[in-house]
Design a binder for this molecule. Structure first.
Ligand SMILES: [Zn+2]
Length: 76
């Protein structure tokens, strides 16, 4: 029977259960830690910003309708 409650999380890289006492916590191994750092370095985890939000991009598309024809009419 377990005498005390263990703190257990899943490895962010491979989802293996890792206890808080593990030297590589919260990763299951040093390998998974390096893999996770590599994801950050390569931009796999992008920090979300308003300009990258799909809804915002749609709104920008509507505002950027071509107005070149109107300008030509004005000149002629
Ligand atoms: Zn892992």
């Amino acid at each position: 029977m377990p005498a005390k409650k263990k703190v257990v999380l899943r490895c962010p890289t491979c989802r293996t259960l890792v206890t808080a006492t593990d030297e590589n916590f919260p990763f299951c191994s040093d390998k998974c830690r390096v893999i996770d750092l590599g994801k950050w370095a390569s931009g796999a985890y992008k920090i979300s910003s308003p300009i990258l939000d799909p809804d915002v991009l749609e709104g920008l598309g509507e505002m950027q309708r071509p107005r070149g024809d109107d300008d030509d009419d004005f000149r002629n």
